[in-house]
Design a protein around this ligand. Structure first.
Ligand SMILES: [Zn+2]
Length: 98
């Protein structure tokens, strides 16, 4: 896996997004969300408000596998989209310090 490949095929990205839609319907995912906790900040979040987040984003070559998707609250999901990978790492570290 090349986490920072930017020359991704559009079809690969579409395939991973489609897989994500299917994984969201799975019992595995529903069980993960039923815990009602954000993977990143640990905040208690109603299962309906948890979103599926790719740890390595699809756009950077991440795959839709059980090891690469986690439930995230809306705050974390938004932050992750806005921040650069390095800034996101710093955000995660700041959470651990608290
Ligand atoms: Zn969170």
């Amino acid at each position: 896996m090349k986490p920072y490949a930017f020359d991704l095929d559009e079809r690969d990205i579409k395939r991973e997004r489609q897989k994500a839609r299917e994984l969201r319907q799975s019992q595995w995912w529903k069980r993960r969300c039923a815990k009602g906790r954000c993977h990143y900040c640990g905040k208690e979040t109603p299962p309906a408000e948890l979103t599926m987040d790719h740890i390595v984003p699809v756009a950077r070559g991440g795959k839709t596998t059980k090891g690469n998707v986690v439930p995230a609250c809306k705050d974390c999901n938004n932050k992750k989209k806005q921040l650069l990978p390095m800034e996101w790492q710093e955000y995660l570290l700041s959470l651990q310090i608290k």
